[in-house]
Design a protein around this ligand. Structure first.
Ligand SMILES: [Zn+2]
Length: 235
């Protein structure tokens, strides 16, 4: 059992907690940037699909218009031939052929109108995708800029706290250092826990009266349940 003051442990726990928080923020930064970049890439892919859909429907409309033109040319041709039919039978055959072809061109005309409507709808979707992508890119730039701008400050703060931690650890009694380093190496800031009304705040277990007395006389105490280095909070 070595002597270590609650003041020293509180200070160490504060520094370790702040360091963990700042290092966590530093580590999350690039992950946040990557997540936003992935989201932008997804929106770009959606836009590409929408642009392709417009292209495909326009090509379909063009093909149908060409079909309509050639069908109309055929009908015009048959109408000429109709007038020079050599027999009633031939005449009748042209009349039926023309009627059937006109029916088909009417259906085709409707299809062309529908295809144009789909082109319009797909064009609206492209506009919407462009809007969402622009917003996503703006958000990405904002997040990236913010994270990069704060990273320098965070790193400086981490360096400052590391110095502070080294100073505080340097003041620990030599015989206590091994035990302290073991918990901190394993659990970081979570390796220390204040005792609240004889309960370890690390795991919620009650400590013994003996442990409580040891804490009051500034002896190093580890929770028997979770292994945390215990200390008394400020009163
Ligand atoms: Zn505990």
């Amino acid at each position: 059992m070595s002597q270590v003051s609650a003041v020293a442990l509180r200070e160490l726990h504060r520094i370790l907690g702040q360091l963990a928080e700042l290092r966590g923020r530093l580590e999350r930064g690039p992950k946040q940037i990557a997540a936003h970049a992935a989201s932008v890439a997804k929106l770009q892919a959606q836009l590409d699909v929408a642009i392709d859909a417009v292209k495909q429907t326009k090509m379909l409309a063009d093909r149908k218009q060409l079909d309509l033109k050639s069908a109309e040319a055929k009908i015009a041709d048959w109408k000429v031939k109709l007038n020079s039919a050599s027999s009633n039978k031939e005449y009748q055959a042209f009349v039926e052929q023309i009627a059937a072809a006109e029916m088909a061109t009417s259906v085709l005309s409707d299809e062309i109108l529908e295809t144009f409507e789909r082109v319009d709808e797909n064009t609206r979707i492209v506009k919407e995708c462009e809007r969402v992508l622009a917003a996503g890119k703006a958000e990405f730039d904002k997040v990236k800029q913010h994270i990069e701008a704060t990273a320098g400050t965070l790193r400086a703060e981490v360096t400052r706290l590391e110095t502070e931690l080294a100073d505080a650890e340097g003041k620990l009694p030599a015989e206590f250092k091994t035990d302290y380093q073991r918990v901190v190496r394993n659990k970081g800031a979570l390796g220390l826990a204040p005792v609240d009304e004889d309960v370890c705040t690390g795991c919620g277990q009650k400590i013994t009266l003996n442990m409580s007395n040891q804490l009051l006389t500034s002896q190093s105490v580890f929770c028997k349940s979770c292994g945390c280095l215990l200390y008394l909070p400020e009163r």
